[in-house]
Design a protein around this ligand. Structure first.
Ligand code: FE
Length: 245
């Protein structure tokens, strides 16, 4: 599994883990993010059970188990959080921040030690080291209870499945050619995002934020002018359509 730093200022850092060469066929490659500040770290969408050992090895190059204060799950899908039961055996005094709606489902992945911190529908925030992280509502994009993470200081929005692309594991971490990227994400957004209304509400919500990077859970990361290019494209896209490409 590869890791790159997508932001660093002093001890405040964002890392992206992904492009797993050991990924088996028919599993989607995922991006896992870790934010650190001071002595504290949080892992965002820590991933599926199948990549837990690679993730643990990768993460421990940058932090310690004691410093992993929290996990975040944007929604309930297994590619995001089915590793929970294994993290639960390693982490002491750690919390899982996730939409309140999914608590009784996510607990099925196994939670004996980690404490569930339900995020209310309107969103909330948490302090990590010296930074404040905001949980931004993204309901029905695609899950009925769905949150994103915004870091105002780093100007990064971790956008879960919004902006996700199905790409090769050899693909670069950042989107370089937007037009060439469209076919990798268009069907995914049309089919998995159920509501144009939810999409429009989310776009107007995030357009009010200052964003340098949109970091999705699959595929390339949008940086700089690509952020608005993506929002404009998503705004025009008709979603909630279940028919083949
Ligand atoms: Fe999902």
């Amino acid at each position: 599994m590869k890791a790159i730093s997508i932001f660093q200022k002093g001890s405040h850092q964002w890392l992206c883990f992904g492009r797993d060469p050991e990924k088996v066929e028919k599993i989607i490659d995922t991006n896992q993010y870790m934010i650190s500040s001071g002595e504290q770290s949080i892992i965002l969408d820590p991933g599926g059970i199948e990549l837990f050992s690679q993730m643990l090895t990768s993460v421990l190059r940058y932090t310690t188990l004691d410093n992993i204060k929290a996990l975040f799950a944007s929604h309930q899908d297994p590619d995001i959080i089915s590793s929970l039961g294994l993290w639960d055996q390693c982490l002491k005094n750690s919390k899982l921040y996730s939409p309140w709606l999914w608590e009784s489902f996510i607990r099925h992945f196994g939670m004996n030690n980690i404490q569930y911190e339900p995020i209310p529908d309107e969103g909330s925030e948490m302090t990590l080291g010296n930074v404040t992280l905001q949980f931004i509502p993204a309901h029905y994009l695609h899950s009925s209870g769905n949150m994103h993470v915004y870091d105002k200081e780093a100007k990064i929005l971790m956008s879960g499945d919004v902006g996700a692309a199905l790409d090769e594991i050899t693909a670069p971490f950042f989107v370089e050619d937007f037009d060439a990227h469209i076919p990798k994400m268009e069907y995914f957004h049309r089919r998995w995002m159920p509501s144009n209304k939810a999409k429009e509400e989310w776009i107007s919500r995030v357009r009010r934020l200052e964003i340098d990077i949109i970091a999705p859970q699959h595929g390339g990361i949008f940086k700089g002018e690509m952020v608005n290019t993506f929002l404009d494209w998503f705004e025009r896209l008709d979603v909630g359509i279940a028919k083949n490409k």
